[in-house]
Write a new protein. Sequence first.
Length: 151
Amino acid sequence: MATKMKVTLQKISAGDEEAVIYYRKMTQRIEGIVRYLEGQNEKMLVERDGERIFLDVCDILYLESVDGATFLYTKAEVYRTALTLALFANLYTEEGFFRCNKAMILNIYRIQQLKSISGNRIDAKMDNGEHIVISRRYAKELRSILKGDGQ
């Protein structure tokens, strides 16, 4: 499991809000936190019900390829994108997206709980309560990422 990060919050009554991050080594996780705090969330064009909208990439829980179409899932909605899973993975791996099986990519920052299951697989419970099975082929890589070896 990834090392825990100590979080200290202090309420102020005046002045600018500020976040200070102390780190031993700059990792993708910390870079993502910095981008989020700076309001630099990446957006992508997606489609739902024939309407095109811009979606914050960090709101995506997982993607799934079904019959050649790629769908993005957030807590409440499902969208379609023209990107393939392979292209999405190439573009957004540094944003915390991880190929978890042949037909899916998930956002590791949106995982609520992990549980080892038979066959050396992992059950990932996402923020919306859905369960995604990480196949044996990709489970070792996820464990490495979470330990900080893949960053």
